[in-house]
Design a protein around this ligand. Sequence first.
Ligand SMILES: [Zn+2]
Length: 203
Amino acid sequence: MKNLLKVILLVVAFATLSFVSSNKETITVVIDAGHGGHDFGANHEEHFEKDLVTSISKKIVAMNSDKNIEILFTRDDDQFLGLSERTNYINKVKPDLVISLHVNKNKNASTNGFEIYVSDQSVAYKKSSELAQKLVTGLEKNTPLQNRGVKLAPFWILKKSEVPSLVLELGFLSNENDRKYITSEDGQSKISQAIIDFIATLN
Ligand SMILES: [Zn+2]
């Protein structure tokens, strides 16, 4: 009798476990590395925005160990992609979230920090704003960069993507501290980890 009870308990335990694991949904995120090819984006001396965001995109995938998180790219090499090519891909894949990565530049070298843009013309404006707030909080906690907050902009990628989407400006190439951080191996790893940790909270 005791053994039978043990067997029943084991069966119940396994059934519960398999139910829990099959119930965990896969999160799909498209990372959109801005610019590419002949479009270099912002630059400072030998540092180019298109290369920095490609490098961080690759780090995000390499550092992701969660099998329930699927990360896709609009581009993973140095090619030019038009804006509608990006949103056509996004609307075909229909991910849970799009993060478009960029770095900033300003005439004023003291301007610094990261910021996230969302669009109030997006069908997913409410969810995008909620997620943007969560991500700026995560980046503020896990990097030394200054939080410039969540802002509105009518960017194509934000307006035309039919899913929650964010444009993340990672920092200013024109600011010495930001530049040192976003061009360093360690800084890029910390940024990537903060993004992965944020994505994991979507499930
Ligand atoms: Zn850009």
